[in-house]
Design a binder for this molecule. Structure first.
Ligand code: CA
Length: 215
């Protein structure tokens, strides 16, 4: 159903590399073997694996450097598989961005269990991201709808009020002057003769109160 997960194995000891790759193949993963740091980085960039199993002691560069380089590009899980068992080595690798650390010798079962856990973490993060994007999409859609409705209301208002957006809002009060609205929720000015100091009232415009035909 789903495509096989690709796992990059960067390990210079052929016996160990073969052992790991066989175990991964048997568990339906697609292993990619690299015998040096350079080759490993090259395969990382060309194949975009789902996970990296990394030996720290490589002939051409230190594994920690590889972790740092990969972390500059990707958040994929990196599991260190190393003979170095000092705490300082583990701390350096984890600080550089490794997700997990497995000390040689290790069992196939343990290796596969760590791989499963790391891939599960990625799947969970992918699901969270997908959900986030879906919610964001729905939010944008709702916003678009609201803006569209607003635009329609504006249009309708303009249609009723005429091109200059000024139309008598209501009949002149007794002995007074007509009220004008310049925009839907603007203040209402008295007619010019009365002047602005004639006591402009703040009135909430309701659509029902707008003139029914264009001025
Ligand atoms: Ca090595």
């Amino acid at each position: 159903m789903s495509e096989k997960r690709t796992i990059l194995v960067i390990e210079d000891e052929h016996a160990i590399s073969n052992f790991i790759c066989r175990a991964l193949s048997a568990s339906d993963y697609k292993p990619l073997a690299a015998a040096s740091g350079k080759e490993g980085l090259s395969l990382f960039f060309s194949h975009g694996p789902d996970l990296v199993l990394l030996d720290l002691g490589l002939p051409d560069m230190d594994g920690v450097e590889i972790i740092k380089k990969i972390r500059g590009w990707s958040n994929l899980p990196i599991i260190v598989v190393s003979a170095r068992s000092e705490d300082s080595d583990k701390v350096a690798a984890l600080d550089a961005g490794a997700d997990d650390y497995l000390t040689k010798p290790f069992s196939v079962e343990e290796l596969l269990a760590r791989v499963r856990v790391a891939l599960r973490r990625v799947r969970y993060e992918d699901e969270l991201r997908d959900r986030f994007y879906e919610e964001e999409r729905l939010r944008q859609e709702a916003l678009r709808r609201i803006r569209y409705d607003e635009a329609l209301r504006e249009q309708e208002y303009a249609r009723r009020c005429g091109p200059d957006h000024r139309a008598p809002y209501a009949a002149a009060p007794e002995g007074g002057y007509p009220l004008y609205a310049s925009r839907r929720d603007d203040r209402f000015d008295r007619a010019p003769a009365l002047g602005r100091d004639g006591g402009a009232a703040v009135v909430q415009v309701r659509e029902a109160d707008l003139p029914q035909t264009a001025a």
